[in-house]
Write a protein that binds this ligand. Structure first.
Ligand SMILES: *[C@@H]1O[C@H](CO)[C@@H](O)[C@H](O)[C@H]1NC(C)=O
Ligand SMILES: *[C@@H]1O[C@H](CO)[C@@H](O)[C@H](O)[C@H]1NC(C)=O
Ligand SMILES: *[C@@H]1O[C@H](CO)[C@@H](O)[C@H](O)[C@H]1NC(C)=O
Length: 432
């Protein structure tokens, strides 16, 4: 199954959702001390480009007083030594080559930590990492991890078949992630982008997998995800997620149009908007599940969800009776409230469907109204095809089937359109 996410935004929403500027401060043209890995022991066709990357970073990026660019030229490289690029300010990592993972060491192939004013990109929009995860499924590294960095961007990169997750954004703030093609296998645990932290803008990301495309984890605030998105959670103890906007999200196949998942735990998710979603042939549709069976129950009454709006959705699921296109199942010990569904037209390819609500208050579908938020048992109701539902649009480039987990996944190119009818927000580097 295939799922993909795309984001598009109007400036007013950007301003409203983000709490400040994102992305690097210094333009690439000023990061003019070029630290080419070929001058630091690397060569095209290398069986391990890791040491040359680390050396170029330690002995050129960090030692030069002017702003630097670490450069991996176009070409194929293998990598078996992972790198940690820590503490750089005012620098860029230009990865025009394609790096293939050859060691199964766990951890992360490339960690960038405590970077400030940083840009990670390929100028030919063709650089990236081939994880060959089929060789060591769930027993190898993640591809890229951005840790506690500030004012940075990551764009125009291709990430393929990570043994684990593809890109993890851990804490930090002021990041922009865009123009990515991420291709994972048709299995769980193949997350595209996992993000937590403050003030992030993630847009124009295409993800192929069966799991989460762009997932917000706790603690997170002021996050805008556009043109691809798909889950939040798993919600944990002391969850704190607020001021999140997902919009222009396009999904074909895959597990869900969007899912908020948890089981026990505590804390809150609030001030969240999910708008302009198109989805086709997903297993689940709009899916809030605080009794998610794939995780063991955590201590706590459940995470309280409130002030969450779903607006302008058009989608269908594979079988709307087996799996409701809309289900909002909140914790009986922490009912959710102020959940609003506006113009949410979710239907089924089987032409029959139910919706399910439990301990959930607000308006739309089977949400109960009222201001006494007492628990109630799950209610399953049949409904008829909503007027307003139209069979969602398709896009050229839609896949009809996903990629197996035991064979190589080909390296794609980055698309120029991520949501039907909307141009990408920034052109690809190769087209500039
Ligand atoms: C710093 O980078 C500049 C520009 O590449 C170069 O001319 C200079 O020699 C470098 N300085 C050191 C200490 O490496
Ligand atoms: C949750 O927050 C409370 C209060 O700050 C703290 O005592 C507790 O250790 C936290 N629990 C976890 C699992 O983070
Ligand atoms: C509900 O969330 C929206 C979107 O974040 C926000 O604009 C609004 O102020 C919130 N409402 C309340 C009552 O906090």
């Amino acid at each position: 199954m295939f799922s993909a996410i795309i984001l598009f935004s109007l400036l007013s929403f950007v301003a409203a959702q983000l709490s400040g500027p994102v992305g690097p401060i210094t333009p690439l043209s000023e990061k003019s001390n070029i630290c080419n890995v070929l001058d630091f022991g690397g060569e095209i066709g290398s069986s391990d480009i890791g040491p040359a990357i680390q050396s170029a970073y330690n002995n050129c990026v960090l030692t030069n007083s002017s702003a630097s660019t670490l450069y991996v030229p176009d070409g194929d490289y293998d990598m078996q030594t992972w790198v940690t690029l820590s503490g750089g300010t005012k620098w860029a990592f230009r990865l025009d080559g394609l790096i293939t993972r050859t060691s199964t060491t766990t951890g992360n192939m490339i960690v960038v930590e405590n970077a400030n004013d940083f840009e990670f990109y390929s100028a030919n929009s063709a650089g990236g990492i081939q994880g060959a995860g089929y060789q060591c499924r769930n027993d190898g590294p993640r591809l890229i991890r951005m840790v506690t960095s500030t004012r940075w961007s990551l764009h125009d990169l291709i990430l393929v078949d990570s043994p684990e997750f593809h890109l993890v954004v851990q804490d930090g703030s002021g990041g922009e992630v865009y123009n990515l093609a991420i291709r994972g296998a048709d299995i769980g645990g193949s997350d595209g982008v996992d993000v937590w932290g403050d003030n992030y803008w993630i847009h124009d990301v295409e993800v192929t997998n069966r799991d989460e495309c762009v997932t917000v984890k706790s603690p997170a605030s002021n996050i805008l995800v556009e043109r691809r998105g798909s889950a939040m959670g798993s919600l944990a103890i002391n969850t704190s997620i607020e001021n999140i906007l997902y919009q222009y999200v396009y999904t074909v196949g895959g597990n869900q149009a969007y899912m908020i998942k948890g089981n026990g735990g505590s804390g809150t998710v609030t001030n969240v908007i999910f708008q302009n979603f198109l989805s086709r042939d997903t297993a689940y549709g709009l899916d809030v599940n605080e009794y998610w069976a794939s995780m063991s129950t955590l201590a706590g009454d459940g995470v309280t969800l409130y002030n969450i709006t779903f607006k302008n959705w058009d989608g269908n699921v594979a079988d709307g009776v087996e799996r409701s296109p809309i289900q909002i199942l909140c914790a009986d010990t922490a009912p959710c409230y102020d959940i609003y569904l506006e113009d949410v037209y979710m239907w089924s390819l089987t032409d029959e469907a139910t919706w399910k609500c439990e301990s959930a208050y607000g308006s739309g579908a089977c949400l109960e109204s009222g201001t006494e938020y007492t628990s109630y048992a799950v209610q399953t109701t049949s409904y008829t095809q909503p007027t307003g539902y139209t069979t969602p649009t398709t896009m050229t480039g839609d896949l009809t089937t996903g990629f197996g987990s035991t064979a190589p996944i080909p390296t794609p190119t980055i698309p120029t359109m991520f949501y039907p009818g909307l141009p990408q927000i920034s052109p690809l580097m190769k087209n500039q």
